[in-house]
Design a protein. Structure first.
Length: 304
């Protein structure tokens, strides 16, 4: 507020000086320019300058009052110069202080060092686990070799010797008849019936037929001429027993006889000759009975 009052006094003095053509007007203008340059300065600098202006204004007003009664011609140049020098010196000191204050860099408060966290104690490393020791390998006991099941050996065939007054050719044919019955799983009574039938029909010889010239192309032990019958059992191809070629094979012909016998209901309980007649349908059904004893002897010789 003092500075403002001093400004008003300086203004009054300035108007009076202008009216009287006061030589102090020039220094005041210089001060005004200095104040305008310091408007951007901080508040401390502005207060210092304002106080200085107030002091100069009071001195000026006092000078003016003192010289009010004196004539204008008595204001000497020396007085004006002295006042200007004093004002300039005061302004200079004020400006120097302001400049010095402004030139000092405001020391930024050093940032407080962030408190360093206490270093964490390193977690103790887990002791490396010892690798589990492999259990000692126990030597495997050698497995006992399993005895291989021996394949059942075929029953040794009895030495083929002629029996019941037969020759070796007849015995071989009888052997083929027994083997065919064994493959079908039939009982021995069936073998006896088949051999007794062959004894009656062909005397156990594989016969060709004079009707079929083809029948001579296969193994045979003679010929027959009873219609178109061929082979051991004198079976007829025209009756559905099979082809000439098949019926000339002893095992095939015997198998055909066994199949027909198995279809006769109760054949095992019948007299042997009647069972054979059911298969052969012969004109002489009782002629087979005379061969039953010899046929049984042959079967026993081939199956023991």
């Amino acid at each position: 507020m003092r500075g403002n009052g001093a400004h008003e006094q300086r203004g009054v003095g300035r108007h009076r000086a202008a009216a009287r053509q006061n030589p102090l007007t020039s220094p005041l203008k210089s001060l005004a320019e200095a104040i305008s340059r310091l408007k951007s300065a901080d508040s401390r600098k502005l207060m210092a300058v304002t106080g200085l202006v107030g002091a100069l204004g009071a001195a000026t007003v006092g000078g003016v009052a003192a010289g009010a009664g004196a004539p204008e011609h008595q204001v000497t140049l020396q007085t004006a110069s002295a006042s200007r020098a004093v004002a300039d010196q005061a302004a200079t000191r004020s400006m120097d202080r302001a400049a010095t204050t402004a030139s000092k860099p405001v020391e930024a408060a050093a940032p407080k060092a962030a408190p360093q966290a206490a270093p964490k104690a390193a977690a103790p490393k887990a002791a490396p686990k010892a690798a589990p020791k492999a259990a000692p390998k126990i030597a495997a006991k050698p497995k006992a070799a399993k005895p291989k099941a021996a394949k059942p050996k075929a029953a040794p065939q009895p030495v083929l010797r002629p029996v019941a007054g037969l020759d070796m050719t007849q015995m071989r044919n009888a052997q083929a008849i027994v083997q065919a019955g064994q493959q079908l799983g039939l009982p021995k009574r069936a073998y006896v019936a088949a051999i007794a039938c062959a004894m009656q029909e062909s005397q156990l010889y594989n016969l060709a037929s004079t009707v079929y010239a083809e029948s001579y192309n296969y193994t045979n032990q003679g010929e027959g001429s009873d219609h178109d019958s061929v082979g051991l059992f004198q079976q007829r191809p025209t009756s559905g027993w099979g082809t000439v070629r098949d019926l000339m094979q002893p095992k095939y012909a015997a198998t055909q006889f066994y199949k027909a016998l198995a279809n006769v209901q109760g054949w095992q309980d019948m007299p042997l000759t009647l069972a054979i007649q059911e298969v052969q349908v012969s004109a002489f059904p009782y002629h087979y009975a005379k061969h039953e004893t010899r046929a049984q002897e042959v079967v026993d010789a081939l199956t023991r």
